[in-house]
Design a protein. Structure first.
Length: 315
C-alpha cells in the first residue's frame, strides 16, 4: 500500500508523464536515424574518393603516358615536367605543400627549370628526395633556351658565312653586313688556347666569332683548359679545330679548396651543389683537405669526377 500511494498520480499527471516519455522516445529514434544516415553518407563518400583516386591513377598511367610506381610512403613516381606539373601531381610525387607553393611562386616570377639539376634547388628538397625524383624529370623542349634551336644556330652560321663571302669577294650583297676577313692558320701551326683572345681564336679553321666567345666563356668558368678534349664539352664544337690548338697548363687558375665557400665552389663546371656541400661539411667536421684521396671518401664523387676536378684543386 505504501508503494501504491508513493507512485500514485492523478489523471492529469499520468497524461503529462506519458507525453514526456513519448517525446523522449521520438527524440531517441530521430537522433539515431540521423547518426545512421551520416555514417552511411561518410562510407559512400569514402568509396567515391577511393574510386576517383583509382580512376585518376589509371588515367594518368594509360591516358597521359605516365609511368606510375607506388612508393613505401604512399606517394607515386611518374614522369613529370616541373615547368608544367600541377599541384595535384606534385603532391602525389611526395612533395610537401609548402614546397609546391614555392615551385608555383618561382614559376609565377618567370622562373624556368632548364635542366634536371635546376630542380635540385627547390627549397627543402633533400638528397634522398632528389635522387628519387631525378630519373622521372622530363624538361619539355618548349622551355629550353631559344638559342639551342637548330634553325637559329644554322641561320647564325649561314649569316657568318654570307658575311665572310661578301667580304672575300668585295661584293655589296643586300642585307648582308660586311665583316673583315680573319686569316686562318695553316696545318702544323697552333694557337695556345689559355692565353689567346677571341681575335686570335678566330684564326683557327672552323672557329668563328660564336665559338671564340664560347671558348673564352668556358675557359673562364674552368680556370683554363688542361686538355684539348675539354673543348668538345662545348656543344657543337668542331672536332677538326682541335688539331690547331696547344695548351700551356702553367696559367691554370686553381681552386683553393680549403678556403672557398660552398657558393664559390659550386660555380665550377665540374662541381655540383651536393659535391660542394660535401667538401664544405668535410672541412667543418675533419679540418682541411690535404690530398685528392680524401675526396674519394665522399660518396658524392665518382672516379670520373675526381679525375676531372683533380688538376684544378689547390690545397
Amino acid at each position: 500500500m505504501f508503494l501504491k500511494e508513493f507512485f500514485y498520480m492523478t489523471r492529469a499527471d499520468r497524461r503529462t508523464f506519458i507525453c514526456l516519455c513519448s517525446l523522449a522516445l521520438v527524440a531517441i529514434i530521430f537522433f539515431g536515424a540521423v547518426s545512421l544516415t551520416d555514417d552511411t553518407s561518410n562510407k559512400i563518400e569514402e568509396r567515391k574518393e577511393t574510386a576517383t583516386v583509382k580512376d585518376e591513377s589509371h588515367e594518368s598511367a594509360n591516358g597521359q603516358g605516365y609511368a606510375v610506381e607506388e612508393t613505401n610512403k604512399g606517394s607515386k613516381l611518374f614522369y613529370f615536367d616541373p615547368n608544367t606539373a600541377d599541384s595535384t601531381q606534385l603532391l602525389q610525387l611526395g612533395l610537401r605543400p609548402w614546397q609546391v607553393r614555392n615551385i608555383y611562386k618561382y614559376r609565377a616570377r618567370g622562373g624556368v627549370y632548364q635542366c634536371k639539376e635546376d630542380f635540385a634547388y627547390v627549397y627543402g628538397l633533400t638528397v634522398k628526395d632528389y635522387k628519387r625524383l631525378e630519373p622521372y624529370i622530363r624538361i619539355g623542349a618548349d622551355y629550353l633556351p631559344a638559342s639551342s634551336l637548330a634553325e637559329v644556330r644554322n641561320r647564325k652560321r649561314g649569316y657568318e658565312r654570307s658575311s665572310r663571302y661578301a667580304s672575300d669577294n668585295g661584293e655589296n650583297a643586300p642585307n648582308v653586313e660586311r665583316k673583315a676577313y680573319t686569316p686562318k692558320i695553316r696545318i702544323g701551326e697552333h694557337i695556345e688556347i689559355n692565353g689567346a683572345d677571341t681575335t686570335e681564336l678566330m684564326k683557327i679553321p672552323g672557329i668563328g666569332s660564336y665559338y671564340s666567345r664560347q671558348i673564352v666563356r668556358y675557359r673562364n668558368q674552368l680556370g683554363g683548359f688542361v686538355s684539348k678534349e675539354q673543348l668538345l664539352e662545348i656543344e657543337g664544337f668542331p672536332e677538326d679545330a682541335v688539331k690547331y690548338i696547344s695548351i700551356d697548363e702553367s696559367s691554370i687558375r686553381r681552386l683553393r679548396i680549403n678556403q672557398l665557400t660552398l657558393s664559390q665552389l659550386k660555380r665550377h663546371p665540374y662541381l655540383n651543389y651536393y659535391q660542394a656541400r660535401a667538401i664544405s661539411d668535410y672541412r667543418r667536421l675533419r679540418g682541411n683537405i690535404r690530398s685528392i684521396s680524401e675526396l674519394k671518401l665522399m660518396k658524392e664523387f665518382s672516379s670520373h669526377d675526381i679525375e676531372r676536378i683533380g688538376p684544378y684543386i689547390e690545397y
